[in-house]
Write a protein of this length. Structure first.
Length: 196
């Protein structure tokens, strides 16, 4: 029972926290951003299709993204749970995911929302740009991604709030503090780490 979604603005640390949480709860991370980057790196057909879109910080078309996610979620390791990072990213994608999950008699158990003020996001992204040199971490593209987050992604929170599955987590603090906040919120929903 751990079908999770982690959502938060760029620079909120959702990639980092998502990986830690998925590992602890024994589920795979399904990150659309990682899938796209991997395909771009390997110059696959998908990579060629999405390269200029991701470089501009725009959204890859919903149909294409949905297909990629569904294929990934059909793999065996995601049968009992997963942690989605970066999908869904707008309300259309929420509809696509709902449809896919309900056909399987499944639903999301919790949405972890990492709350970070825009200035803090910008600060972290600028630092990451210096350290990692991701080609969508330039000033203009960062601003575009944050704008799209606010206009298209933030509204999905309301949809999930109405279902009562959102855990709003303060994303400012040390890495460990934030992980502990997430564990506590999940535990309150009866989502606990498998005994190892
Ligand atoms: P970030 O959250 O820092 O913008 P991601 O790694 O989640 O980075 O995504 C990188 C890029 O991949 C996005 O800017 C977008 O172009 C594309 N992308 C990722 N997820 C989606 C999605 N669900 N729908 C459309 N495009 C996506």
């Amino acid at each position: 029972m751990s079908r999770l979604l982690i959502v938060g603005p760029q620079g909120s640390g959702k990639g980092t926290q998502g990986a830690v949480i998925a590992d602890e709860y024994g589920v795979p991370v399904v990150s659309t951003g990682d899938i796209f980057r991997e395909n771009i790196k390997n110059d696959t057909e998908l990579g060629q299709k999405v390269k200029s879109i991701t470089a501009a910080g725009d959204l890859v078309p919903d149909e294409l993204t949905g297909e990629i996610v569904r294929d990934r979620l059909r793999e065996d390791d995601a049968a009992d749970g997963f942690l989605l990072d970066g999908y869904p990213r707008n309300t259309t994608q929420v509809g696509h995911l709902d449809e896919f999950l309900s056909e399987r008699g499944e639903q999301l158990d919790a949405v972890i929302l990492l709350d970070v003020p825009r200035e803090e996001s910008l600060k972290r992204l600028t630092l990451r740009a210096e350290q990692e040199g991701r080609d969508d971490d330039t000033e203009d593209v960062i601003a575009n991604r944050l704008d799209i987050y606010e206009s298209e992604t933030a509204p999905i929170i309301d949809v999930y709030e109405r279902r009562g599955i959102v855990d709003r987590i303060d994303g400012v603090g040390s890495l460990d503090e934030i992980t502990e906040r997430i564990r506590t919120a999940l535990a309150a929903r009866g989502i606990v780490r498998p005994a190892s």
